[in-house]
Write a protein that binds this ligand. Structure first.
Ligand code: PAF
Length: 281
């Protein structure tokens, strides 16, 4: 497995591979890899000749009061996981090499990124789209795999690829849960045992809401019940949203597939979760 820290050397190597006719897949991550990331890597592995995993805690997607400094990191463990899942190349750049001190160009999506997490984290998605665009250009990838766990991020990246004509296929991999139902996330490590127990309400209420929608209950009533259940167990609820899964407009009786998206805080940890529901015709 090759490891690159310098973006220029990484891009040079990727261009060599491209010119040699190799297809390339990338799994962008911020490291501290868990089974959710491993499932993305496994999904990407058979899709290309060369599999790249990027590991970069991207400073531009963190707000000034967010956990950039304390974000969990374990590079050696990440390397072992990547090697065990068939990764060919790790790209783990230094932040100073990724961003020039006088940088002045951003890639920004201005519609899908505004609601949900974009409301509480107004500069977050601009940081994500900028770094992902850089990773696509540096890696020369033909395919990139992201997780459905970050449903809004997936839609924003798809929109960026469509609107800027990136020659890359975006694959969205299913959300992976721990045995207690909590969606896998590097930030779960911040939860105490008691907070984690309370955090199970996210998956429990997604399951209940899915059943209620499939049974034909109206969206507004199900949304209200979901909000009450989560409010009882969380320290703060940021959103309980029932949206059209493509446009992120509020779901209504005519909406085909509904995205139920949740964000809530347990202790000091903000967790997100979601599911997709297709109602019976
Ligand atoms: O989903 C993540 O881990 C990050 O937002 C990403 C896509 C790697 C960009 O930094």
């Amino acid at each position: 497995m090759e490891i690159f820290k310098d973006p220029a050397l990484f891009q040079k190597r990727m261009l060599e591979l491209k010119r040699a006719g190799k297809s390339i897949a990338i799994v962008p991550t911020m490291g501290y890899l868990h089974d959710g990331h491993a499932s993305l890597i496994d999904n990407a592995r058979p899709r290309a000749d060369v599999l790249v995993v990027s590991i970069f805690v991207n400073p531009t997607q963190f707000g000034p009061t967010e956990d950039l400094q304390s974000y969990p990191r374990d590079f050696n463990r990440d390397c072992t996981i990547c090697a065990n899942h068939g990764t060919d190349i790790i790209f783990a750049p230094d932040a100073e090499l990724m961003y020039a001190p006088d940088r002045s160009v951003w890639v920004e999506e201005t519609c899908l990124s505004r609601g949900l997490c974009g409301k509480d984290r107004p500069t977050h998605f601009r940081g994500v789209t900028t770094v992902v665009a850089k990773l696509f250009l540096l890696s020369q990838a033909d395919i990139a795999v992201f997780g459905q766990k970050d449903a809004q991020q997936a839609l924003v990246i798809r929109r960026m690829v469509r609107d800027l004509n990136f020659p890359i296929e975006i694959v969205i991999s299913p959300l992976i849960r721990d045995t207690d139902g909590v969606a896998m996330s590097s930030r779960n490590t911040y939860l105490s045992a008691a907070e984690r127990e309370r955090a199970r309400i996210l998956n429990q209420s997604l399951t209940a809401a899915t059943a209620a929608l499939r049974a034909g209950e109206p969206v507004e009533a199900v949304q209200q019940k979901t909000l009450s259940a989560i409010t009882e167990r969380a320290d703060r609820v940021d959103y309980v949203a029932f949206l059209d899964s493509e446009t992120l407009e509020p779901a209504n009786a005519a909406t085909g597939e509904i995205l139920i998206a949740l964000a809530a805080v347990f202790g000091h940890t903000r967790l997100i979760d979601n599911t997709l529901v297709r109602r019976p015709e």
